[in-house]
Ligand binder design. Sequence first.
Ligand code: DX5
Ligand code: ZN
Length: 220
Amino acid sequence: MQTIVSPSLLSADFNHLAKDIEMINQSEADWFHLDIMDGVFVPNISFGFPIVQHVKKLAKKPLDVHLMIVDSDRYISEFKKFGADYLTVHYEACTHLHRTIQAIKAEGMKAGVSLNPHSPVHLLEDILPDLDLVLIMSVNPGFGGQKFIKNSLKKVEQLKAMADRINPNLIIEVDGGVDNSNAKLLCDSGANALVAGSFVFKSENPSATIHQLKTLNFNQ
Ligand code: DX5
Ligand code: ZN
């Protein structure tokens, strides 16, 4: 299976968001990654429903929504209404994770759980059969442009082994500091979906960078 590429709009140009959305539409990217931050679970506030709704109007690909918020349960139906296709919540922010996952699926969305860098993958063992996706954070969530944490490679390997045993269709996505120095290593370790913010949007030719991530060939 080819790697799923999910450019993070957090690094897009919000003065010309429609232009960046169209670039992704025309590119080989598979999804739109949208980072929702509440200033409580993470030390930053990003954007909310109005932006999600506007992106949905122009996007021709699924919305991969990453919630970095407390009390996710309160907003699940709104995210469905405003266009989320994949909804990922944080393990560390959900007390009743099983209930949250069932609620996401009951709304007809694909359900994901994200793990912070300090959370071991074995925490997901009992919930894994219920998940469509696991998002391994390879930076501490809250900001784009941070340095990749190398230990994430080991976590991806461990998760891949667990998924092969319990849920072979699981999507293993990695988010944070993904670039040409680690994308291939991540996929060799078992990742099959890559989020990239600054690597795509700060590059000279974002659509060519997406192509490189898609093919994992950075010598083009
Ligand atoms: C960080 C977000 C990421 C962020 C990635 O908390 O979850 O999706 O946009 O940005 P880069 O690729 O620049 O690390
Ligand atoms: Zn993210």
